[in-house]
Design a binder for this molecule. Structure first.
Ligand SMILES: C[S@@+](CC[C@H](N)C(=O)[O-])C[C@H]1O[C@@H](n2cnc3c(N)ncnc32)[C@H](O)[C@@H]1O
Length: 272
């Protein structure tokens, strides 16, 4: 696996984030805002995870692959409510370690595999998984087309993939485009739109759903909760980190209010 300096730095930051995400304070913020306590770093709420599980028609013995699974959200929760088997893939080892501990605690009925791997070079054979999901993964990496192509390779024909992604609203003035890019996830920029990339990778789009409103509500709630707990957060990490996090939340919320960012949910299928 050849990671660039940027990717290595992202992995290291996320390793720290997944550790911090397990603190009682962060878990309580997550519970109050997202309805879950897995140490999530995406914007997937419990309601959204339930919807994705239903769209993927998960059940006992379905093999679900979650890419960029972090500390196990939302795949472990979906395994808990449906009884499906699950494979988790990500780059930061710390998140996957936390996920493995969670598997032991949750005692889900299905099996769980965990792999440190690049989503563009999946360690799975052709047509070996029944369903695929990823939560805000594509806006956190550069090789979007390669990931979408490799997802299609490992999914059985007839299977579905459901994912969320944040992107820059097209057609913005240059100054607004820059604001959108700087207030969004690290690799939000894409050479082509997601429908174009999906078509290039051979996917059929069943539905493209705009979920920006829900994303805006969640961003506002998370920012409010973190501001309320600011001094406790500072005692737990450091003032600079908390300041940067809060500034990031504010700039994202402003970009959302100005219509510069969008979050979408795609339901796609692997037709032969
Ligand atoms: C927004 S986070 C979502 C994490 C988790 N699923 C959640 O909902 O909390 C995106 C994840 O994608 C992972 N990621 C980024 N680039 C990746 C790559 N090339 N291969 C695998 N995972 C990657 C990151 O490490 C991060 O954990």
């Amino acid at each position: 696996m050849n990671l660039t300096a940027e990717e290595k730095s992202q992995r290291s930051r996320l390793n720290d984030w997944y550790q911090l995400g397990q603190s009682p304070l962060m878990l309580s913020i997550e519970r109050s805002v997202c309805g879950c306590d897995y140490g999530a770093s995406s914007w997937t709420t419990q309601a959204e995870a339930q919807e994705i599980a239903s769209l993927l028609q998960l059940e006992h013995q379905t093999m679900l692959l979650d890419l960029g699974s972090g500390s196990g959200w939302p795949a472990l929760y979906m395994a808990k409510i449906t009884g499906c088997d699950v494979a988790l893939v990500d780059l930061p080892v710390e998140g996957l370690r936390i996920a493995r501990t969670r598997v032991e605690q949750d005692n889900n009925s299905g099996a769980c595999w965990v792999a440190v791997a690049d989503a563009a070079e999946l360690p799975f054979g052709v047509a070996t998984v029944d369903a695929l999901c990823h939560a805000d993964l594509l806006c956190c990496l550069k090789r979007k087309l390669e990931v979408l192509s490799d997802c299609r390779r490992v999914l059985r024909p007839g299977g579905r993939m459901v994912f969320t992604v944040i992107s820059v609203v097209p057609g913005l003035a240059p100054v607004d485009h820059v604001r959108a890019v700087t207030s969004g996830p690290e690799f939000i920029e894409s050479q082509a739109s997601y429908p174009v990339l999906l078509a290039e990778a051979g996917w059929t789009v069943i539905e493209q759903r705009d979920i920006t409103r829900e994303f805006t509500v969640l961003t506002r709630q998370r920012l409010t909760a973190e501001l309320k707990q600011r001094s406790k957060l500072e005692a737990q990490t450091n003032a600079t980190e908390v300041e940067e996090r809060i500034a990031g939340g504010r700039s994202r919320l402003l970009a959302l209010s100005d219509g510069l960012l969008k979050r979408e949910l795609f339901i796609v299928s692997h037709d032969q």
